[in-house]
Design a protein around this ligand. Structure first.
Ligand code: FAD
Length: 479
């Protein structure tokens, strides 16, 4: 029997697993998908928000500011790309100036470091490519950009390295509440755990209902984006927001840690968490709104569109609490933005709630809290020569756009969480992230995965469960 079972391995489940892996506990993570970070965690704005946006006194406010502080340290220790470039919320008229003043008060009340208002001239000196209609901005130096999937993979990998058991492609389909334990049913067998953490993102309401719980339901809200080629990546050097509205933080323009430019999102209600397609209207709205801030974006240099779904509930705050219906069952639900930023702090709160519910947790004597990856294009010429001498696969560039070598891919395949799809390699190595979007390297990555995993080519998926690329005619059909 496990002490704790975590359902879902997005950033919230991964951070909770990492936090629990500090203790002498038997911890299991059940993830429906074939990789961690497969849902909302891989499809968002990738900002570690400073924390002036949530209303003071809310859980969101406290966990955002604390989470961002923790994320800084975690990214350093666990080798996650993060860049503290600061953010600007632009004001275009007197109404906006009042709004950024209110955000300043929020920021000060929430304990956001260094937040202040800049004049028009100060803003345009920092960001010459902004619209000349800007009249001022709120500056938050602690805002950062991050690789959201790398953050999640790093936390999950470190948890596994410290003894947490992760089962991928294992969706929880039903839960029985026993006297001393929960029994979690999956297509791959049943698992018993004394305590359960529900980190199932858009499906957290359905998981809670499995133990007879109610009190919140998910309302799905999609946000769509453009990712621009690196030619556009230096158009701005801060995260550029517009004033937030009831619908969200509005359309932003920001560099990414990989050197691209991200533009989006819009907001639009959808029926489920898997409706991640793009729409002409959504993208049109994104372009029009972004032009208010940065008029010179060249959309001919767009290399990808994507969308992510926000898990909102009828409550205007995160739900981080023990279920009123099931003892020892902790809901981490309604984790909309700034959930990526808040996740490390949500995880600490989840462990406190488990303890309050009776979990006895003794700290381990040995906890591995560092992680390093070999990234070829970051190496000096001398380091490159040495890497190739030790392993000639570092001399074979597979992804030409991003200069990613076969050595990095093979290393990624042999890490504690085995990537089995082409996009799982992309999330670990950045292959296929460039201008050609995998047109050249995709088939090579496919072959490398097949060879290293010892599985036929037609069993390799592009990304999510069931996204096979090749089909083999059945024997009957071939005859
Ligand atoms: C458009 C958009 C922009 C955003 N921008 C930002 C931002 O810039 N900064 C920020 O801080 N936040 C941002 N967010 C919010 C942030 O992305 C989320 O708060 C965060 O990713 C939520 O993580 P999660 O782990 O709760 O959910 P998810 O990442 O969705 O993970 C839940 C996991 O549970 C699994 N699961 C579901 N059902 C089951 C089951 N039955 N059995 C097993 N596993 C199951 C899923 O497969 C999934 O992997 C944004 C969100 C969106 C949509």
């Amino acid at each position: 029997m496990y002490d704790v079972a975590i359902i879902g391995c997005g950033i919230v489940g991964a951070a909770t697993a990492y936090e629990l892996s500090r203790y002498n506990l038997k911890v299991l993570v059940l993830e429906a998908q074939n990789d961690v970070s497969e849902a909302t965690t891989k499809a968002n704005s990738a900002i570690l928000h400073a924390g002036y946006d949530p209303e003071p006194g809310t859980l969101m406010a406290r966990l955002n500011v604390e989470g961002v502080r923790m994320a800084k340290e975690l990214c350093e220790k666990l080798d996650v790309e993060r860049d503290q470039i600061g953010s600007l919320v632009l004001a275009f008229d007197d109404e906006d100036l009042k709004r950024i003043q209110k955000l300043l008060h929020n920021g000060e009340a929430n304990g956001v470091p260094g937040v202040r208002i800049l004049s028009r001239q100060e803003v345009l000196e920092r960001e010459p490519n902004l619209s000349d209609k800007v009249v001022g901005a709120l500056y938050a130096p602690s805002a950062a950009i991050v690789s959201p999937w790398e953050f999640c993979i790093a936390l999950a990998e470190t948890a596994v390295r410290n003894g947490v058991e992760l089962r991928l492609s294992t969706p929880v389909t039903a839960i029985d509440k026993g006297e001393a334990a929960y029994v979690l049913h999956t297509p791959k067998g049943d698992f018993e755990a004394a305590y359960v953490v529900n980190a199932a993102g858009c499906d957290a309401d359905k998981i809670h209902e499995m133990v007879g719980g109610s009190g919140f339901s998910t309302q799905y809200n999609r946000g769509e984006y453009y990712v621009m080629d690196k030619t556009q990546g230096t158009l701005v050097s801060h995260v550029i927001f517009q004033c937030p509205t009831k619908e969200g933080k509005g359309v932003l323009v920001a560099p990414t840690v990989h050197g691209n430019l991200i533009v989006g999102p819009n907001t639009g209600a959808v029926d489920s968490g898997d409706q991640v397609g793009n729409t002409a209207q959504g993208l049109d709205y994104v372009r029009r709104m972004a032009a208010r801030s940065v008029p010179g974006i060249n959309y001919r240099d767009s290399i990808r569109n994507f969308a992510g779904v926000r898990a909102q509930t009828e409550h205007d705050d995160f739900i981080v609490e023990e279920s009123k219906f099931a003892k020892g069952f902790i809901n981490l639900a309604g984790i909309k933005s700034p959930g990526l930023s808040a996740a490390p702090a949500i995880a600490v709160m989840a462990v406190d709630l488990l303890r309050q519910a009776g979990l006895s947790a003794q700290a381990k004597d040995h906890f591995t809290d560092t992680r390093r990856r070999a990234v070829f294009h970051r190496m000096t010429p001398g380091e490159k020569r040495e890497a190739i001498r030790k392993n000639p696969l570092y001399g074979r560039v597979i992804c030409r756009c991003e200069t990613i070598t076969e050595g990095e891919m093979v290393d990624a395949i042999h890490r504690p969480i085995v990537p089995t799809s082409i996009d799982a390699i992309k999330r670990r190595c950045n292959s296929g992230m460039g201008r050609c979007q995998g047109g050249f390297c995709g088939p090579r990555v496919h072959e490398i995965l097949s060879r290293e995993l010892g599985v036929p080519l037609d069993e390799i998926e592009m990304d999510e469960e069931g996204s096979y690329i090749l089909t083999t005619p059945t024997k009957e059909a071939a005859v």
